[in-house]
Design a protein around this ligand. Structure first.
Ligand code: SF4
Length: 431
């Protein structure tokens, strides 16, 4: 059987740097994971919609489309086009898992949640002519998650992506990880993860895990094994755990960690108390210094527009991150994704302004903020982004006096520019 797997991408295109970097630095892990769980007897073709076009005259049997919310309208258009041509279409991913009935209007079948158990079953049913409308399976057993198969991807990536764990037990109000990975935290056996990392063709990789600080013993054991392999990586972690665990930071450095990406989310403690109870602003600076002391970069992820955010949050953020000497930062506008607790609350309060999923990019205001107007929220986030990413500031941030190598400078400068491009691209619709 011939299968086409598509990663849908939003219609907001046009940034050559984005297309280039997604191909070189962010190869799709979803597509590689889907290839890995597809029985070998089938022939598979891939389209990464971020930088590849679709051939609607494709001559095959079944099309599987994965999509996040911001790209789902595009996924629906692709699905409709293929169905017009008589192909069977399956849709999965975070959005379809939250709103399966909506996705079903454009597909023969919808995969809800993780695909490890349901996708092979769906293919078997399809061959028998018995495909079901919905496939909902329990979270995958981490022992049975196979290594991602990257061989079919047509790109020249210099970074790979991998997952050691799935799920997150935290329940941040704005997060929709529960749509697919669930809140059940699961760890792949370390030998399986190390085996997959050893097989990567690239020298660098990123852990796509929601956080590598959930089970410290597991992560420490993983880092000890990683020390034996000469690879570099980036990963996500929680600030409160990193602050209390110097040993973990040290081990991560020895294992090859270049950057800890941390959801700091806000410098406004009131906002954090509601949205993400584990973060305490008072420890941010201390924790960032502890990580940077080891020569590891810190990337802070920030969200604006929490109910407690007032106009001063923008100025306070710029002031704080300058003082902390943060290496990289990413700014988002709060977005209530379908499936999140935030979406449910805003819907109940009548505060969802639009269900145009194209606008759910984290760069657009899709709900009615509490203490800001929607225009202020958009404009101030944009101004802050412009202020943070001026050329002189990017250059200054890229000089690392603890590490005066050209490669360090180049990677910081490159990532500063990439982040700026991504944020701007996501805000583009407002123009
Ligand atoms: S935002 Fe991060 S820490 Fe919070 S629930 Fe989601 S994955 Fe977990």
């Amino acid at each position: 059987m011939k299968i086409l797997l598509v990663l849908a991408h939003s219609k907001i295109k046009g940034y050559l740097l984005y297309q280039l970097t997604s191909s070189i630095l962010q190869p799709s892990l979803t597509l590689a994971q889907l290839v890995a769980i597809t029985p070998e007897k089938h022939r598979i073709e891939l389209v990464d919609g971020r930088y590849q076009n679709i051939n609607y005259n494709w001559d095959g049997d079944i099309v599987g489309i994965s999509s996040l919310t911001y790209a789902v309208n595009n996924a629906y258009e692709i699905a409709d086009e293929f169905r017009k041509r008589g192909k069977t279409v399956v849709i999965g991913g975070y959005h379809a898992s939250a709103l399966p009935d909506e996705a079903k209007k454009h597909a023969d079948s919808v995969v809800i949640g993780e695909a490890e158990n349901s996708w092979p079953q769906l293919l078997e049913d399809f061959e028998k002519g018995e495909i079901k409308s919905f496939y909902h399976s329990n979270p995958a057993d981490p022992k049975n998650i196979p290594p991602a198969k990257r061989i079919l991807q047509k790109n020249i990536s210099i970074v790979s992506r991998i997952q050691a764990t799935r799920g997150c037990p935290n329940r941040c109000e704005f997060c929709c990880i529960g749509n697919v990975e669930t809140h059940k935290f699961r760890k792949r056996p370390i030998e399986n993860v190390i085996h997959e990392i050893k097989s990567l063709k690239t020298q660098s990789f990123s852990f796509d895990d929601s956080s590598l600080t959930i089970d410290l013993e597991y992560t420490k054991d993983l880092f000890i094994e990683l020390k034996k392999i000469n690879k570099k990586f980036t990963c996500y972690g929680n600030i409160n755990i990193l602050n209390d665990n110097q040993e973990l930071i040290k081990l991560s450095k020895e294992a090859g960690c270049m950057t800890w990406s941390i959801g700091l989310e806000s410098v406004n403690q009131e906002s954090l108390n509601n949205a993400m109870k584990t973060n305490k602003v008072e420890i941010f600076e201390k924790a960032i210094k502890k990580i940077r002391k080891h020569g590891i970069m810190v990337k802070g992820l920030f969200i604006f527009g929490f109910d407690q955010d007032k106009l001063d949050v923008f100025h306070n953020t710029i002031k704080a991150i300058k003082k902390w000497e943060i290496d990289l930062a990413y700014f988002s506008i709060l977005t209530p994704f379908p499936g999140s607790a935030l979406f449910k609350r805003y819907e109940k309060e009548g505060r969802i302004l639009t269900r145009d999923w194209d606008k759910y990019t984290c760069g657009y205001v899709v709900y009615k903020p509490e203490r800001l107007t929607d225009k202020q929220l958009f404009q101030k986030t944009k101004e802050l982004t412009d202020k943070f990413y001026t050329l002189p500031k990017n250059l200054k941030r890229s000089f690392d006096f603890n590490n005066l190598s050209f490669s360090r400078f180049a990677s910081k400068f490159l990532y500063n520019n990439i982040d700026k491009t991504y944020i701007k691209m996501r805000m583009k619709q407002e123009k």
